[in-house]
Every structure is written in C-alpha cells, then in structure tokens.
Design a protein around this ligand. Sequence first.
Ligand SMILES: CC(C)(COP(=O)(O)OP(=O)(O)OC[C@H]1O[C@@H](n2cnc3c(N)ncnc32)[C@H](O)[C@@H]1OP(=O)(O)O)[C@@H](O)C(=O)NCCC(=O)NCCS
Length: 156
Amino acid sequence: MTPFLRSPVPSDYDALASWVCDSAACAHWAGPLLTFPFSASELPDLLSGEGASSFSLVNSGAEFLGFGQLVEKSPNIVRLARIIVAPHMRGLGLGKTLCQLLLAKAANHPHAEILTLGVYRNNPVAISLYSSLGFVEAPPHPRPEVLAMQRSLSRG
Ligand SMILES: CC(C)(COP(=O)(O)OP(=O)(O)OC[C@H]1O[C@@H](n2cnc3c(N)ncnc32)[C@H](O)[C@@H]1OP(=O)(O)O)[C@@H](O)C(=O)NCCC(=O)NCCS
C-alpha cells in the first residue's frame, strides 16, 4: 500500500530527533530558527509556528518514514517546510511521495495558488527533489545561502 500522511504521534518525534544528528543536519532540515540540540519532547512546540500544520509519512505497517509541514503564509501562499525522510530510507522515492502528498493537502486550502519553500544551496539532493516536482527558482531569499523556490498549485 502506498505510504500516506497522518498527524504526528509522540513516538514520531522520538524518531525524528534521532534522524537529526548535528547542527548542520538540523539547519538543512529546519533552517536557522530551530537550534540544535533539542529534545524530542520539545519538537511539537518548536515546530508549531503560526499557520503551520505537521504531517507524518507512514506505511501500511505504521512505520514512520518521513515528516513535513505546510505553512499558510497568506490566503494564496502555502509554504512547504521541514521535509525529512528517515536516513535508512532515503533514495527510494519517499521524499517525492511525501512532497506529492503534501502538495495534494495544500490543494485543499481554498485560496492557495502558490507553493513556496527555502532550501540551502549546499543541499543538492533536496534541490533536485524540488526541481523534479516543478519548483523553480523564485526571487532571491534574504539569506544568500538559501535558494527560494516556488511553483503554482495546479488543481486537477
Ligand atoms: C531531501 C530528502 C527529503 C530527499 O528524500 P529521498 O527520499 O532521499 O528522495 P527521493 O528518493 O524521493 O528522490 C527524489 C529526487 O531527489 C533527487 N535525489 C534523491 N537522492 C539523490 C542523490 N543521492 N543525489 C542526487 N539527487 C538525488 C532526485 O532528483 C530524485 O528524483 P528521481 O529519483 O526522479 O531522479 C532527504 O534526502 C532528506 O531527508 N534529507 C535530510 C533533510 C533535508 O535536507 N531536507 C530538506 C529540507 S529543505
């Protein structure tokens, strides 16, 4: 069965904390506002910004495979954020599945038209992932080390 999204449960945050092993990995995943180290129990609060919704990617065996967020920036702009796949499951297409499921969720926002994200320029795997999903370079991000990307939200 295809992996699906559900709301995170406490054990997801335990696993997620174990996937992020140093400050560089933390920055790649979550940007500069989440400081490393953190504890799993702090993560729900640390990740609960205004307009943010969190989702866990799981398989039919209830195995937690990945995590991501949608952040409503304005009525027509939704941001994809904090995308991560379990380290031992990377390179298998799950990052793409996770993002595609999040894009489908974003389409439920009644006025959403544009999806945005920010990715470190020294994260080629993530840039390649987002490019493969139709994201293109957007106007420059205030921090030069970050690539801003966007795509329109097509409704089928
Ligand atoms: C970025 C990340 C989510 C990708 O997840 P993944 O499951 O490994 O990615 P997928 O297997 O779905 O691959 C999707 C695309 O990414 C690219 N990609 C994946 N692995 C790659 C690699 N080793 N080298 C180059 N590109 C790669 C490819 O474009 C691939 O598409 P394709 O298979 O059609 O060519 C994962 O590496 C991760 O969790 N990284 C740590 C957290 C992070 O950096 N998050 C990004 C926040 S902006």
